[in-house]
Design a protein around this ligand. Sequence first.
Ligand code: F6R
Length: 236
Amino acid sequence: MNIIHVSSYEELSRKAADIIAAQVILKPDCILGLATGSTPIGTYQNLIKKYQQGDLDFSKVTTFNLDEYLGLTPDHPQSYRYFMNDNLFYHVNVHPECTHVPDGCAADPKAYGLAYDQAILEQGGIDLQLLGIGNNGHIAFNEPADEFVKETHTVELKQSTIEANKRFFESIEQVPTKAITMGMGSIMKAKKVLLIADGPAKKEAIEKAFYGPICPQVPASILQLHPDLTVICHLD
Ligand code: F6R
């Protein structure tokens, strides 16, 4: 585990983008696991800049996102598909059909989740998984629980997550209470994991996740067992 402390959000974003860029340069047909939320926005902006400067080519890249709100259609401005299109995909030369975001409107979410995991496996697994972390220690939407769940599955969001995400909606009532999320299986099978955390609200989660016991009540703590984990933190 490599924990890098940086002194600004800008530095965090540049370093994270450099690591992702290195992955794409070393393996142009790599599989990237991607995250949403406010933390990766700067990382995506740096990746777009590198693409515009001619330093990065996404034409052979495939992406799989971590999660999606249940019930939000891809054209809903708060859906994670919309976020990814708006913050990355529409600005680089990744092929739209090579980008995957879980379908929040799947008729049979359980079967859909198994098919999502299978699709990742068939592509050869994730080369580099980008993660944020929730204030409560969640990764993707794997919330604190009594056990780690392996497969892509549906979850009830914790009140703390709904509170944290209400800033993206007009009112808290509009925040979906359920989501579909990649489980720990595909995340832990990723060849490399890069977790980014920004701001003092993440301090406790980082301490518990990487300096405390491994337990499902702190979902990110399972990453201590990952053989190639980099954490970039700006916690001031
Ligand atoms: C988003 C995701 C979540 C976020 C986490 C942190 O795809 O999987 O786990 O990474 O909630 O969100 P921000 O970056 O908004 O603090």
